[in-house]
Design a protein around this ligand. Structure first.
Ligand SMILES: *Cc1c(COP(=O)(O)O)cnc(C)c1O
Length: 383
């Protein structure tokens, strides 16, 4: 018996990726060189956005986007409870207040009607999360944003390669900024890395300034000029730069993005074909008008008819080689957020989803035979 171990996600690295990285290592610039700009241009070309700012990771991208959106003390932002903690932590980094809006049960994405219910006078920013690679209902979210004069930051950490009603996620048709993450579990990787896309030049300038300590050398921006060495700090920024080593990997990975998306969609379809029709199992619905670059394939377990509890199932799957994860523990249920006053019971759909979901292995290196084996384990263990 083969004891192959499957995790929920994994990077795909080729000889071409390695060659691209080695080339930078042998060059003059490991950071602040030409590869970062080339990566940003490639991201713009792929998504259709006017500007891209590459940064150290997806969390840094969210932090800078929140700052650029004006999140500060007294400003409230709304995001989904079914997300990684970074989507809401970025608001707290800026001294802002975070609130959540419950999800749509069939997509696990934030529900526009719930957003409307949560909006107050202090709400200035929305952070919809394209959960599992599925686009949120961006048309409705953009309408709400216009009506209430809100800035929209799309957390597309899961969704590079997704399109929605003919628009590529990241082109900011329905938002002010979009962020992506390039952590190795995501669809393309730079080791650690992230990017913010926007069509707004003012936001772009602010983001680039904040990425490097708030320092500028632009002659036209200086308040005085002490000499050729001179630079000025205008904002309290950070060192959130991406290195050229990472950017080179990103450029190389981006060339295979379509291939990755195709394979991810094939795998999701195989899981659906092989597990639907069995009352024990369900899946999220793909939104009309969406072509999702699936980052996750959550399996929804019907605990009304399954006898084992989730902990037992989890342990038995692990013994059988499936080292899975649950995406996500609702953020409002984290102790840190509970200490801020959030309570279990506030977001019933998110909580019900959490109680029933587990993410199946999903990455391009999985072969059809792997999927067959995984499905067999799932059928055998979950009963
Ligand atoms: C991964 C992830 C992030 C953070 O990205 P990092 O690159 O790990 O900092 C943010 N939001 C969501 C939804 C994510 O899945």
């Amino acid at each position: 018996m083969n004891n192959k171990i499957y995790t929920y996600g994994k990077q795909t690295i080729t000889a071409a990726d390695i060659k691209a990285v080695v080339k930078v290592l042998k060059s003059d610039f490991l950071t602040q060189g030409p590869a970062v700009q080339a990566f940003e241009e490639a991201i713009c070309a792929y998504t259709g956005a006017s500007f891209a700012v590459a940064v150290a990771n997806g969390t840094a991208a969210l932090h800078l986007a929140a700052l650029a959106a004006g999140v500060a003390e007294g400003v409230e932002a709304i995001t989904s409870p079914i997300t990684f903690v970074a989507s809401s932590n970025c608001v707290l980094y800026c001294g802002g207040t975070v609130n959540f809006a419950d999800i749509e049960s069939d997509t696990a994405c934030i529900d526009p009607l719930e957003i409307e219910r949560q909006i107050t006078d202090r709400t200035k920013v929305l952070i919809p999360v394209h959960f599992a690679g599925q686009p949120c209902d961006m048309e409705q979210i953009a309408l709400i944003a216009r009506k209430h004069n809100l800035t929209v930051i799309e957390d597309a950490a899961h969704a590079i390669g997704t399109s929605y009603k003919g628009s590529k996620t990241g082109d900011c048709t329905y938002s002010d900024m979009t962020i992506f993450s390039f952590h190795p579990v995501k669809t393309i990787t730079t080791g650690e890395g992230g990017v913010i896309t926007t069509n707004d030049e003012k936001l772009y300038k602010k983001l680039t300034l904040l990425r490097t300590h708030g320092i500028t050398k632009d002659q036209t921006e200086l308040t005085r000029n002490d000499g050729p060495w001179y630079y000025e700090m205008h904002l309290l920024g950070y060192n959130y730069r991406m290195s050229d080593i990472q950017a080179a990997l990103g450029i190389s990975q981006l060339q295979r993005l379509e291939e990755f998306v195709t394979r991810r969609r094939e795998i999701v379809e195989m899981y659906h074909d092989q597990l639907t029709g069995d009352d024990r199992f369900g899946f999220l619905r793909e939104r009309d008008g969406a072509v999702s670059a699936f980052h996750l394939c959550p399996l929804i377990i019907n605990f009304n008819i399954v006898k084992k509890n989730k902990t037992l199932i989890f342990n038995e799957l692990k013994e059988a080689g499936l080292h899975l994860q649950v995406h996500y523990i609702p953020v409002h249920m984290q102790p840190y957020y509970q200490n801020m006053g959030f309570r279990r019971g506030e977001y019933p759909r998110a909580e019900a989803y959490y109680d029933s979901a587990v993410s199946l292995p999903l990455y391009p290196l999985l072969k059809d035979s792997d999927i067959k084996r995984i499905v067999k384990i799932v059928r055998k263990v979950i009963r």
